[in-house]
Design a protein around this ligand. Structure first.
Ligand code: NI
Length: 171
């Protein structure tokens, strides 16, 4: 396994629409393992393939430590098929070091996609899992969380001392 280089800030690939994965083949599993390893190394909870320089519709998420009801997952060609409600929450991104913001997201989402074994999966997610899914799928469409910030929401953001910069969830 290998830690991949994370694309940051103005990298063009972060602004491109990623291509669907046409077929699940043997190359995919090692790449997905590298995505997980890269995410763990960076202390993140979610990562999308464009963030490591691959413009394909693949995301990995692991919030299991604090939300064991959602085991870690890799999703290929994920699509949000339904949303309910709205929730304001704090976000950061491994591709935007040091930036945090309060983002409005749907409170509950229904997602479908493929697992690395090729099986189809469909599930509902709420709270942090719903937020991370929306954040990562946005990456596949060239959208960064900073695109979604509304100035009036930002006063709710807790100031963070320099030393604890890395303590927030990074996606
Ligand atoms: Ni991100």
């Amino acid at each position: 396994m290998a830690v991949l280089e994370i694309q940051t800030n103005d990298a063009l690939i972060l602004r491109q629409e990623a291509a669907p994965v046409p077929e699940i083949n043997a190359d995919l599993q090692p790449f997905i393992e590298n995505m997980f390893e890269t995410m763990y190394e960076a202390q993140g909870i979610g990562l999308a393939a464009p963030q490591v320089g691959v413009s394909k519709r693949i995301v990995v998420i692991d919030i299991e430590e604090h939300h064991p009801e959602y085991p870690r997952i890799a999703l290929i060609n994920p699509v949000i098929t339904m949303t309910i409600g709205e929730e304001l929450g704090e976000e950061g991104c491994l591709s935007l070091p040091g930036v945090r913001g309060m983002v409005r997201r749907a409170a509950i989402v229904k997602v479908e996609g493929l697992l690395p074994d090729g099986n189809k999966i469909e599930f509902d997610a709420s709270n942090l899992m719903a937020r991370v899914l929306q954040h990562e799928i946005d990456h596949l469409n060239g959208i960064l969380f900073t695109d979604l910030l509304r100035p009036e929401d930002q006063e709710l953001l807790e100031p963070r001392p320099e030393s604890s910069e890395k303590s927030g969830d990074q996606e």
